[in-house]
Design a binder for this molecule. Structure first.
Ligand SMILES: *Cc1c(COP(=O)(O)O)cnc(C)c1O
Length: 374
């Protein structure tokens, strides 16, 4: 927390605006839209809810297909299943680790020929880095397929000077506890289509028709963010740029110490983009370094330091075992390679120099140890 959250929470309590609406909620939505420079934003209970609303607005239903990045957290694709639709997973490419425009084009070409284009493409901006949005938007517009930009991990990042999350027909942010800023739990749906977002507000509050009695003609959801949590969001948004700066400086510290070692490569930052470096992520070449993701994770765990492997690609998940997958090319599945050798290093905005020294010593220690055995 930044310290100013309590002011807004206190205000919500004192004025008795708790939920489902209130001045904090309105102010937070306005602040998100201003930050991202889009026409409107709807604050909801989670990033997952925001993706679900986007799919509802695009009328995704049973029997439809939706394309989605494979290398991501399961929340990117779960809402496809909520709608009874079928996900098709698209591989990553090496320059951003995000959706491969080449694989996407092949997949869209195939769907076009089979006479059944997807209802939407969900593009994820992993670990703070934007996907190749220009290429992806241009391919999708060619086939007239709408884009949902899952920017849950890239709030604070930019692509050619524009905020990440503002390139698709809809953008999604998450304010879950693990994200760069948080409302404890929460999310937002962004768009320049105000009419669609008003429909999202309607759907997010049980789709109540404008009648004095309770009348409903569509299936709605209970997805609105509470006015109390929106208060936390207002204060958090004020420190977003500082948080990005800390995450980027943590990245620089790792880079300084580890990038000179052969066999360690950091997640790239595409030209003309600024990654928020939500997480610092690198790949470990076992043969060259003499260590492995597994050994580093074990060594860090012994020191009570938490780190994680890179997301397990969704096309490899038991949940999605029957879904179609388009690799980057017929020789390489980039997401599978990244899953094999990628590690997410501790990256919290509040890491201290002492923490960094401990983490770095621990990582380097695994390399020395293995070297001695050889
Ligand atoms: C966190 C996350 C989500 C979901 O956000 P919640 O607010 O936790 O529902 C979606 N996509 C990605 C890539 C995420 O990392």
């Amino acid at each position: 927390m930044s310290g100013r959250e309590m002011e807004y929470i206190k205000n919500a309590f004192e004025t008795n605006w708790i939920a489902p609406v209130g001045p904090n909620l309105q102010q937070f939505e306005k602040a998100i839209a201003e930050y991202a420079m889009v026409d409107d934003a709807v604050a909801v209970s989670s990033g997952t809810a925001a993706i679900h609303l986007a799919l509802s607005l695009l009328e995704v239903q049973a029997g439809d297909t939706v394309f989605c990045s494979s290398l991501t957290f399961v929340a990117s694709a779960n809402p496809i299943l909520y709608q009874g639709a079928e996900p098709v997973f698209i591989d990553s490419e090496p320059e951003t680790w995000n959706m491969s425009p080449i694989a996407l084009e092949r997949a869209l070409g195939d769907s076009f020929l089979s006479g059944k284009l997807p209802k939407a493409v969900i593009v994820v901006n992993l670990y703070g880095q934007s996907a190749k949005m220009e290429e992806i938007i241009s391919i999708c517009s060619h086939f007239n397929v709408p884009v949902i930009e899952d920017a849950a991990e890239s709030l604070g990042a930019s692509y050619k000077g524009k905020a990440s999350g503002t390139f698709g027909d809809f953008g999604v942010y998450s304010f879950n506890g693990n994200k760069i800023i948080t409302t404890s739990g929460g999310g937002a749906l962004l768009s320049n289509n105000k009419e669609a977002l008003n429909k999202a507000r309607f759907l997010a509050t049980q789709a109540r028709d404008p009648a004095p009695h309770y009348q409903h003609s569509e299936t709605g959801y209970n997805y609105r963010m509470s006015n109390v949590l929106a208060g936390i969001g207002i204060a958090q948004l004020q420190v977003l740029n500082e948080r990005v700066e800390s995450r980027r400086s943590i990245f620089r510290r790792y880079f300084q110490e580890l990038s000179c070692l052969n066999g360690i490569d950091f997640m790239p930052e595409l030209a003309n983009t600024t990654s928020s470096r939500w997480l610092t992520v690198c790949t470990i070449n076992e043969e060259v370094t003499g260590t492995s993701v597994k050994s580093i994770l074990q060594a860090l765990t012994l020191e009570n330091i938490e780190a994680r492997p890179v997301w397990k690609p969704l096309h490899l998940q038991p949940l999605f075992k029957n879904c179609k997958y388009y690799p980057h090319n017929d020789k390489e599945s980039i997401s599978e390679q990244l899953f094999q050798k990628g590690i997410c290093l501790p990256s919290g905005s509040s890491l201290t120099e002492d923490d960094m020294v401990r983490i770095l010593a621990c990582i380097k220690g695994t390399m020395k140890l293995k070297g001695m055995v050889i």
